[in-house]
Design a protein around this ligand. Structure first.
Ligand code: FES
Length: 126
């Protein structure tokens, strides 16, 4: 039922952990199942130079977080904001329909972390 890529990212998730003194942190909960994801960003010159995640969730949530962090690493903030859960699922060769909601966590957590980064920028430029 899961693609090889999903299994690989579930068994060997990339970018798991925390970043000390992150530039942005985003935490979201999945309304459907209550699972939680936290994303940490390090940003330099408008680019995501490092990203880590922690997911308290199912295998599909872990695999999509892992793939999403790989996809936005090295990208600009604007490129990262354009990432959709569908693009993440496609990069994993698809998810079973009942698991598509799990992939929303990664997209939303990245957006929340970027928003956190932007709000901190506003405060420090005052
Ligand atoms: Fe909760 Fe997948 S069942 S994120």
């Amino acid at each position: 039922m899961y693609s090889e890529k999903v299994m690989d990212h579930f068994m060997n998730p990339r970018n798991v952990g925390e970043i000390e003194n992150p530039d942005g942190v985003g935490q979201v909960g999945n309304a459907k199942c209550g699972d939680i994801m936290k994303i940490y960003l390090k940003i330099e010159d408008n680019r995501i130079v490092d990203i880590k995640f922690k997911t308290f969730g199912c295998g599909a949530a872990i695999a999509t977080s892992s793939m999403a962090t790989e996809l936005v690493k090295g990208k600009t903030i604007e490129e990262a904001l354009a990432l959709t859960n569908k693009a993440v699922a496609d990069a994993l060769d698809g998810l079973p329909p009942v698991k598509m909601h799990c992939s929303i966590l990664a997209e939303e957590a990245i957006k929340a972390a970027i928003e956190d980064y932007r709000s901190k920028q506003l405060v420090s430029s005052k």
